[in-house]
Design a protein around this ligand. Structure first.
Ligand code: HAX
Length: 438
């Protein structure tokens, strides 16, 4: 057993017991009330999930195991002479709750390299799809095709004891993380680059190797990928992709089934697909108004978007109420490497113009940019212009957080998820009965 896997088990066993006694002792402690409005508001704000890997504050933004994004950029191990954190190190932190050394990260790299072999039928399954299939659909199907290798599914069929669920889950999680960049790069090269594929480079770290297999070998692009795959990894447990992983996994569906389902949620335009929608929206703006729109032009186009009953992609959030620190991290990267880039400057002008307009509607709770408002412009700077693919990059990163959480779900023995639903008639009758009694 690797040191990392052993360390996880050493932590998980006692914590599982500690949580059980905590829940027993404080079972009746109320954490909030919910209202009729909450029932119709997508359960926002209702505390009903346990996720150890990260915690989101509406004003401050995300903390991964207590660390903000600037802290992660400073404290997580980097390649020698590097400036951005290695996302494998974030996975270590999310799983174990402690910062890794560079050697710890190298050990994960070595382990994942040994798991890279993707079964041939996965490529054949993807190849059977029309080339015009959206990359997220190809990605989700590719993940499903890998499910034939699930250690968890096999162990369950063979009658595994529930206290050991975490072990085959660990194997699936590591295999999936090792293989995702390979499958994603395969889809990219198949769809946009004449089916000319690039082999994995055993000398490169996870993010740089992904960039390499996609066909982007500039050192600066490696840096961008390390940052990108770090900041998109996790956003506590209630967002659609994290929640879906947990929900599907709670039925003891294996990590492949759970993660593929999560990717179908990430592919929605109100969630991860927003990153491609932002670029599409800016290109439409340029087509309609001109290559270099003024701030007034941008304001007019935002107003038109709202009048047409559409959302302004990249703005708003279900939890955040301030500029997303993931937007800020990308802005800082752009200020360092591409301050004069035309599209980046449009993104920055939108940031100046959009919030007051969105706020003036009186209904949009968060007028500030989210992670997706900036990411496309950075990729375009390096010639990565196939924006339909951007959500796949997000998906590869998101796997780090949701797979770390799924591992904990199985180690803690979390139960099947089954919230209560009611009908409108039930609500009407319940409200009337309570009011009648008041
Ligand atoms: N443009 C226009 N209208 C917006 C808006 C935006 N950017 N953000 C919110 N609104 C609207 C909502 O559609 C809603 O309108 P109705 O009452 O007519 O239905 C109203 O304002 C209230 O919404 P809210 O409470 O402020 O926001 P929600 O929690 O319901 O939704 C969303 C949060 C992120 C889905 C929303 O802000 C949105 O659609 N943003 C644009 C799409 C986007 O950028 N998504 C990515 C979010 C981050 C993420 O998950 N990345 O993966």
């Amino acid at each position: 057993m690797s040191q990392f896997k052993q360390k996880f088990n050493d932590k998980a066993q006692p914590l599982s017991g500690e949580i059980k006694s905590f829940v027993k002792e404080h079972a009746d402690f109320a954490l909030g009330v919910f209202t009729v409005e909450d029932v119709y508001a997508g359960m926002k704000g209702i505390i009903g999930l346990l996720t150890e890997t990260s915690l989101l504050d509406a004003n401050e933004g995300i903390r991964f195991r207590g660390y903000t994004i600037p802290e992660l950029r400073a404290k997580l191990p980097k390649v020698p002479g590097g400036t951005e954190p290695l996302p494998e190190g974030l996975f270590y932190l999310m799983v174990l709750g402690e910062l890794p050394t560079y050697e710890d990260v190298l050990a994960i790299q070595v382990d994942w390299k040994s798991r890279e072999e993707v079964p041939a039928h996965v490529y054949a399954t993807i190849d059977a799809l029309p080339i015009t299939t959206h990359p997220m659909t190809q990605f989700s199907i590719g993940i499903m095709a890998m499910q034939t290798d699930s250690h968890f599914a096999k162990a369950y069929r063979d009658g595994i004891n529930k206290k050991d669920y975490w072990d085959p889950t660990y194997e699936d999680v590591c295999n999936l993380l090792a293989r995702l960049p390979i499958v994603a790069a395969y889809i990219y090269r198949r769809t946009y680059k004449n089916n000319e594929h690039i082999a994995s480079d055993p000398k490169l770290d996870w993010a740089a190797n992904f960039a390499h297999m996609l066909g982007y070998d500039q050192n600066e692009f490696y840096k961008l990928m390390r940052l990108y795959l770090t900041i998109h990894a996790d956003h506590e447990g209630g967002n659609v992709s994290a929640h879906t992983t947990h929900l599907v996994g709670s039925a003891l569906s294996d990590p492949y089934l759970a993660f593929s389902a999560a990717m179908n949620g990430l592919a929605g335009p109100l969630h991860g697909l927003a990153n491609q929608e932002v670029v599409r929206w800016i290109f439409e703006l340029q087509e309609n108004i001109g290559k270099n729109p003024s701030k007034e032009d941008i304001a007019d186009y935002i107003n038109k978007t709202l009048k047409d009953g559409k959302v302004v992609p990249g703005y708003g959030h279900a939890v955040l109420r301030k500029t997303d620190p993931r937007f800020v991290a990308q802005q800082e990267f752009a200020k360092t490497y591409m301050p004069d880039d035309e599209l980046v400057n449009i993104v920055w002008n939108i940031y100046e113009v959009a919030p007051p307009i969105l706020e003036s509607t009186g209904k949009i709770k968060n007028p500030w940019p989210n992670v997706d408002a900036h990411s496309g412009a950075l990729l375009l700077h390096y010639g990565f212009n196939e924006y339909d693919f951007y959500t796949v990059l997000f998906g590869v990163s998101r796997a780090l957080g949701v797979m770390a959480s799924l591992l904990w779900d199985r180690a803690l023995g979390l139960p099947i998820e089954r919230p209560k639903s009611v009908t409108f008639e039930w609500l009407q009758k319940t409200v009337a009965a309570r009011k009648g009694n008041a």
